[in-house]
Design a protein around this ligand. Structure first.
Ligand SMILES: [Zn+2]
Length: 122
């Protein structure tokens, strides 16, 4: 008897049946535990966290707050962010700080439909 996958000879009694196929021991193990797909999101989060934790001191309190809000609430429209920050300032001022953060590669903007969303740098 031969393995359906690698064609190795299987000693009678050692064959493994998986999804109607006969496998040798090795191929059976592989079939049962498919290669783990990498998890880019986990890597990404860790990186982001380092970045945020690493140089928070270089940011103004407002800039740190912008990052914090985007981190907690996810992408949002500029006006929504302004409301969440609860600060008395113009959107144009917020945009200035946002563009500073963008140059530092901490935030980004994306277009969804007709709206611009601000989000953490991805
Ligand atoms: Zn095999």
């Amino acid at each position: 008897m031969n393995c359906d996958k690698c064609a190795a000879t299987i000693v009678a009694g050692d064959e493994r049946i998986h999804q109607n196929q006969t496998f040798c021991e090795d191929c059976y193990m592989v079939a049962l535990s498919p290669l783990k797909t990498c998890d880019p999101w986990a890597v990404h989060s860790a990186k982001n966290f380092e970045r945020l934790a690493g140089d928070k001191k270089q940011l103004t309190p407002l800039q740190a707050e912008i990052l914090e809000k985007l981190k907690v609430h996810g992408a949002m429209e500029p006006v929504t962010l302004l409301a969440k920050l609860g600060v008395n300032m113009q959107l144009a001022d917020l945009q200035r700080d946002f563009s500073i953060l963008r140059h530092m590669e901490k935030v980004g903007a994306e277009k969804q439909g007709g709206t611009i969303l601000w989000r953490l740098w991805a």
